[in-house]
Design a protein around this ligand. Structure first.
Ligand SMILES: N[C@@H](CCC(=O)N[C@@H](CS)C(=O)NCC(=O)O)C(=O)O
Length: 212
């Protein structure tokens, strides 16, 4: 058995965050596809492992099959083992947490919602869609400014904050953004793609029961 099982699915940028981390770290892991669009995440079996009914969910077999959910917590948990992605001091650690929280609330919170409305529901033009798009643009501007003159978001090195923030950003066409308008984000995504072991979501997240 692999050290980790990640319950996940291809369309989920929240799943991509821990999947990318596992891949970058060279971890021994396998993916278990969640049939999200059929509501598997609300089944009693799934809720028994994560009562929040959210994907992703990591099972850490190396620590007695412990379930870990919330992508930020999963990344934090993995960084305790794969310390190359952890901050090296308390000040940087605070920055990591600050940016992971910003990601969950403001960046992913709006990018993922707008993407869902725009790409999957074709409701991007509704008032709700326009409101969410505006909030998304504000969050992208914050990140773009942060990356002006620095390589990584929270520290002098790549950390789980970068891995969290980039979760949805390799699909700019899904939420109608051109990185030419946010050049510091574009350059930072390229740096992430250049990391050893980098893999695109399509290559590591499953889109069906076979894991393919
Ligand atoms: N903050 C959570 C968000 C997870 C999340 O919302 N995942 C989506 C799939 S990408 C989900 O499971 N949604 C189900 C729901 O909101 O009921 C995390 O980072 O893990």
């Amino acid at each position: 058995m692999a050290d980790y099982t990640l319950h996940c699915f291809l369309e989920s940028g929240n799943s991509y965050k821990p999947a990318l981390m596992l891949e970058l770290a060279g971890a021994d892991w396998d993916a278990r596809w969640v049939n999200f669009f059929k509501g598997e995440h609300r089944s009693p079996e799934y809720l028994a492992q994560n009562e929040m009914g959210e994907v992703p969910l990591l099972i850490d077999h190396s620590q007695g099959d412990v379930p870990v959910s919330q992508s930020g917590v999963i990344l934090w948990h993995l960084a305790e083992r794969f310390t190359q992605f952890a901050a090296d001091n308390a000040a940087d650690n605070r920055e990591v947490l600050r940016w992971v929280l910003f990601d969950n609330h403001k960046l992913t919170g709006n990018v993922a919602t707008y993407r869902f409305l725009h790409k999957f529901m074709e409701k991007g033009e509704t008032p709700e869609g326009q409101f969410t798009q505006g909030r998304m643009i504000q969050a992208l501007k914050v990140l773009n400014r942060r990356l002006d003159g620095r390589d990584w978001v929270a520290a002098d090195k790549v950390t789980i904050a970068d891995i969290s923030l980039c979760g949805y950003l390799f699909w700019p066409d899904h939420f109608g953004v051109d990185w030419a308008d946010y050049p510091h984000i574009g350059a930072w995504l390229k740096r992430i793609e250049d990391l050893p072991n980098y893999s695109k979501p399509e290559n590591i997240l499953p889109s069906g029961p076979s894991g393919s």
